[in-house]
Design a protein around this ligand. Structure first.
Ligand code: FES
Length: 87
């Protein structure tokens, strides 16, 4: 698992194997928009402030992935121990 700190909410959650960032974050920030939850629509795109996302979506370009500026939190995970998201 890995830690996700929510910069605007001031909370930190732990995402275990087998659960998505979206699912875990929703327990503390219920109003996060999503649609496909499969990494294909872009609805859950979230700004990444710190850390290295593991992009697992189907829609971001190589340039967008490399910038690590945003990620799709329905499928994306972390390569670092901790991510800081703009949520
Ligand atoms: Fe569609 Fe995340 S909800 S990409």
């Amino acid at each position: 698992g890995f830690e996700v700190h929510l910069a605007r909410s001031g909370m930190t959650v732990t995402v275990p194997p087998g659960r998505s960032i979206l699912e875990v974050v929703r327990e503390v920030v219920p109003q996060i928009p999503s649609s496909c939850e499969e990494g294909i629509c872009g609805t859950c795109e979230t700004a990444v402030l710190e850390g290295a996302p593991d992009h697992r979506d189907q829609i971001m370009s190589a340039v967008e992935r490399a910038s690590n500026a945003t990620m799709m939190i329905c499928v994306g995970r972390a390569l670092s121990d901790r991510l800081v998201l703009d949520l």
